[in-house]
Design a protein around this ligand. Sequence first.
Ligand code: PMV
Length: 338
Amino acid sequence: MAGFFAAQASPNIAIIKYWGKRNDLLKLPMNDSVSVTLAGPFFTETKVELSGAGKDSMEINGRPADDRELLNVRLVLDFLRKKAGNTLKATISTRNSFPEGTGIASSASGYAALASASAAALGLELSPAELSVAARLGSGSACRSVIGGFVHWKMGIENDGSDSYAVQVAAPSHWDGFRIVTAITTSQPKKIGSTDGMKRTVETSSLYRQRLEALPGRTAKVLAAIMKKDAGLLFRLAMEESNNLHAVMMDSYPPLFYLDDVSRGIIASIHELNEAKGSFVAGYSFDAGPNAHVFTTERYCSEVEALLKAQGVGRVVVSKPGPGVEVLGSDSKIRNRP
Ligand code: PMV
C-alpha cells in the first residue's frame, strides 16, 4: 500500500457492561458502561489508503472482511467522509497482535483504529468525542477504545447519537497498580455474536428491565470506587455486574450460555481467594464468551495468575491500564521511525 495512514488501538474490558441497543444501526446503547483500556499486549494496527476510484475494501489479518464487517466499516467511513466533504474510497488493511479465534474480541480495537486512521487520511482533526462517535458506528464497545485509562461511555439521549460517546474518567497513571489478568480458556469463536445475543436479551428477557433499573446506581458506585482507588469495592461490584449480565443472558429465550465449566471453576476459585484473604483482592468479569478477565492489583497479580493456571487455563495474559488510540502517522513517517 502506498500513501496510507496508520493507527493503533487496544481492546478495553468493561466493568459495567454494554448489553442492549436502543438503535441497532447507530449502536446506541440502553445503558452507560464503564471500562478500562488495556496497555497491551493485545492491539490492532490499521492502515487506510484513499483513492478516487474503485470501492471500499478491507482485509483483516489477510482475509477479506465479511458483509457485516464491511457494512459497519462503511458506516464509519461515510460518517467521516461527510464531515470531510469528500467521496474518496478506502483500501483498508488491519492486523491484530493476536490471531483471530483466541477469544479476544478485536472489534473494539479494530474500529477504534479504523476511525482514527480514516480521520487522519481524510485530513480531519477531530475531538476525542467525535472520534469516539465515529468508532461507535463500527461497534459499540469501540467508542471506549478511542480513550485511554478508565473510561465512561455515556449512553446519551439524542436520536442521532451525537451525545453517545466515551470520556476519560481517570488516566492510566491514576491507578498504576491496577491489573487485568485475562484467562484465555478457549480458541472457539462464540456461537452467538454480541449483536444477535443482545438483541435477543432486549426482546425476550423480563429480568433485563430490572437490570436497567439497577445499573445507574451500580455505575455511580463503580465510578466513585475508581476515583477513590477502592479496589475491594470495585472488584465486588465488577463480580455483581458480571453475574447480573450472565443472569439476563440466561433469562433470554432461547437462553444464552456463554460461560463454560472452566469459567465456573474460575468464579469459584476467585471467591475462595477473597474469602481466604478476608477482603476482595480480585474480581472476575465475563463478556459474551467463556474467557475470564480478572481485575486485581499488582500485589496479588501473581497469585491470581497461578490460581488461573491451576484451573487448567493454558494462556494467562496480564495487562495494565493503557492509552487510547494512537495515530502512527503516514507511511513515510512510519518508514522513518527509529
Ligand atoms: O461492541 P460489541 O458489539 O462487540 O459489544 C460487546 C459487548 C460486551 O463485550 C459483551 C460487553 C462490553 O461492554 O464490552
